[in-house]
Design a protein around this ligand. Sequence first.
Ligand code: B12
Length: 314
Amino acid sequence: MPRRPSSDAPGPGLLSIGALATATGIPAQTLRTWERRYGALEATRKPSGHRLYPVSLVTRLRKVVTLLERGHRPGEVLMLTSSELDPLLALAPEGATESARANRTAPAGLAPGDSGVDELMRAAQQLDRASLLALLRERWTRLGPLEFLEECAGRLMIEIGAAWRAGSFEIRHEHFATACLAGFLREVREPFDRQARGALVITAMLPGDIHEGGVLMSSVLLAVRGCRVLNLGTDIPIEQLAAAARERSADAVALSVSSAVAPRRAASGVTKLRALLPRSTALWVGGGGAPKPSRGVRCFATLADWDRMLAAMA
Ligand code: B12
């Protein structure tokens, strides 16, 4: 005679923590930690106190695993519903997902953390848009947002500047690469923007500064960190920037100052902006031409330094 299930057996559509761990490949200890730290997993309890999870959680957690492999952090993705995770998954084709899963395998000839900027430079020189975008996407998927911004996008722009000075790149190559990268950065930011519920941060560059790389990169990092980003772009009058911060009661302004801005102009622009901003609005400054920190102004040497502060805030 078949044994009647005990009252402590999981009911239909419910999984024990062991079964959930097996189905998702996530160790039970990690599941418990996520529940404690993020309150993210909807467990009910058996009379014995053991956890029971809905089967539908398997699909959501498999998506979470894929996103963690692509460089997202648990705090960014664990609170999202299954359908909210989809736009993030859509950032890379399935082939790229598989390669990320296979221990973040780099393409032939590249070490796992290598940003492979030479290849990007070749595509830029050949004005080959499809290749350049595919290479950027591969690096975004494999390196994750922060490393991509610093080691790939940032380095690419620096290399382009050097090649232009050396005469191997001309204006058309620079404009082409800048436009491709700008489009790519806007595209990868979009799904994060749609999910963002955090601090409202205005991103912008000083009047006369038209180098948009910094403002686009800092906007991506903010969005990845869950901030609501209002990008006012390049070359914005300081009064206009301050007015936007007042009207929207912005939590912070993140100013990107490129190295083309003379040090004195950078310092006076930042001082003027600080004076016009409400006290409650923080001012964060970065970029190759950022001045020294001053009263009420926090300056960051790298995106990684800034990211640590954003992570602590989140
Ligand atoms: C693309 C480019 C242009 C394009 C810009 C087009 C566009 N739509 O963006 C064009 C051709 C228009 C251009 C014009 C000029 N340019 Co230009 N340009 C560049 C180039 C190649 C890339 C700029 C870039 O995106 N850099 C990458 C950025 C993102 O680097 P970054 O600012 O250091 O930012 C990093 C971090 O600091 C951080 N970060 C950035 N923002 C923020 C913000 C926060 C809050 C935080 C925390 C961190 C952070 O993130 C980034 C990644 O790590 C650079 C080369 C270079 N080395 O940067 C030259 C460069 C900046 N340009 C330069 C010059 C001289 C000019 C011109 C004056 C040339 C001319 N004679 O006309 C004009 C000036 C235009 C103007 N009014 O501003 C020089 C500046 C040198 C100097 N110190 O004077 C450079 C360095 C080239 C060179 N080596 O000579 N340029």
